[in-house]
Ligand binder design. Structure first.
Ligand SMILES: CC(C)(COP(=O)(O)OP(=O)(O)OC[C@H]1O[C@@H](n2cnc3c(N)ncnc32)[C@H](O)[C@@H]1OP(=O)(O)O)[C@@H](O)C(=O)NCCC(=O)NCCS
Length: 185
């Protein structure tokens, strides 16, 4: 039976346009962002609340990133923007807005490289991303969901700062997560 998904990863996409905020430039991730991604993937503090491990060597990372970029584009990178500062050569983070696997909701998410934590960049990037991409994804605030590994208080705070509230918990691939939504009106 073919299910008619509300948000189908194959049929929808982000705008592809760069987004400029007060301090940040958000733009589609490309293979050139491999180094910026590695600077996050190698750091155990970064990966503490992400259910994938660290990658220790640049060569291993380059190989995995290149393979994943091509093989997983439709499910991951197509819905990911890099977060850039004018002063930094490599991206300082990523911001995601993509349909969840059953197509019922749009999931949001973000990483900021550790050296840049605590400047409000995650909240600034995610808010701009939602404002700009809702039209491209044809979604509204009520369609947006966020999953945060239980205990990730910094991420919880980011979501609260941009207006979402904790609505419950769920198991995602055996990981206990807090679930967040925008309040209904
Ligand atoms: C979560 C993360 C994206 C936050 O990035 P950031 O740019 O530092 O976030 P912001 O500066 O916008 O906001 C962080 C807020 O959390 C607060 N915070 C930081 N550490 C905290 C902690 N341990 N407990 C509670 N609050 C905390 C900050 O004070 C700030 O709130 P404030 O502005 O009211 O002071 C960053 O820590 C990160 O990339 N972590 C690793 C990847 C990750 O966990 N991503 C989220 C997956 S759901």
């Amino acid at each position: 039976m073919i299910r008619n998904k509300k948000f189908n990863r194959r049929k929808i996409a982000l705008s592809g346009q760069a987004i400029h905020t007060n301090r940040l430039i958000l733009k589609p991730m490309t293979l050139a962002d491999e180094q910026g991604f590695y600077l996050m993937r190698r750091d155990p503090d970064m990966m503490r609340f992400i259910p994938i491990g660290t990658i220790d060597t640049p060569d291993d990372h380059r190989a995995e990133f290149t393979q994943q970029f091509h093989e997983n584009f439709e499910h991951r990178f197509k819905f990911t923007y890099g977060i850039h500062l004018r002063s930094e050569a490599d991206m300082i983070g990523i911001v995601i807005m993509r349909p969840i696997p059953d197509g019922s909701m749009i999931e949001i998410g973000y990483w900021i490289r550790k050296g840049f934590w605590g400047n409000g960049y995650a909240a600034e990037a995610q808010k701009a991303m939602i404002d700009e991409q809702k039209e491209s994804l044809k979604c509204e605030n009520k369609d947006i969901i966020a999953y945060v590994m239980v205990g990730n208080s910094a991420s919880k705070r980011v979501l609260e700062k941009i207006g979402l509230t904790l609505t419950g918990t769920d198991q995602l691939e055996s990981v206990n997560c807090w679930v967040f939504h925008f309040p209904k009106n």
